[in-house]
Design a protein around this ligand. Structure first.
Ligand SMILES: [Mn+2]
Length: 179
């Protein structure tokens, strides 16, 4: 199955298998895979992205950070471009959380355009999710801090996709934040 459809089905199946046991932090414990599928959908249906490797990277974007998946495994299965994009959006988990968040802001500006697209869609999904419901154990201050931090990341992704950036700007504006 080397058609674009076949490639995307293979990719979503791989991601679903890897995230099999994970749940989101919402009170309903939504299956984790809803998130990467939703990120890929934002890119295709809202951002107008047709680059299959970007859509694949969106489906796989949390596999290295949150599962036992290795970059080598991604490269062998999906090729060097997809593996590189996922690597670009993967946080270094050996760093303490505060430092990791700071590095993500700095790192955003140096990412490839493909990685910037995935980052924009990931933030848009997560901020919409925070507006939909508060994760278990999060205070309203923590939610607000997430918006503030996300706005700093997105500021460094500007000039990548105007539709996604405008939708993000609206969500920030609702919280009194500007890009
Ligand atoms: Mn994500």
């Amino acid at each position: 199955m080397n058609s674009e459809a076949g490639i995307l089905i293979e990719t979503v199946n791989f991601a679903a298998d890897k995230h099999r046991k994970q749940r989101r932090k919402d009170p309903e414990e939504t299956p984790y895979i809803n998130h990467p599928i939703g990120v890929a959908r934002i890119l295709s249906h809202e951002g107008g992205v047709t680059d299959v490797e970007v859509l694949q990277a969106a489906l796989l974007h949390d596999t290295v950070e949150d599962t036992d998946t290795t970059p080598t495994e991604l490269e062998a299965k999906f090729g060097p471009v997809v593996a590189r994009i996922v690597q670009e959006v993967t946080d270094d988990k050996s760093l303490p959380k505060r430092e990791r968040k700071r590095v993500q802001v700095e790192h955003a500006a140096q990412c490839s355009r493909q990685a910037k697209l995935v980052k924009l869609a990931d933030k848009l999904y997560n901020l919409r999710d925070l507006n939909r419901c508060t994760p278990v154990g999060w205070s309203s201050e923590r939610v607000h801090e997430y918006f503030v931090w996300a706005s700093e990341v997105v500021r460094n992704l500007k000039g990548t996709n105007s539709v996604l950036e405008e939708k993000l700007a609206e969500l920030f504006q609702e919280r009194g934040l500007t890009l």
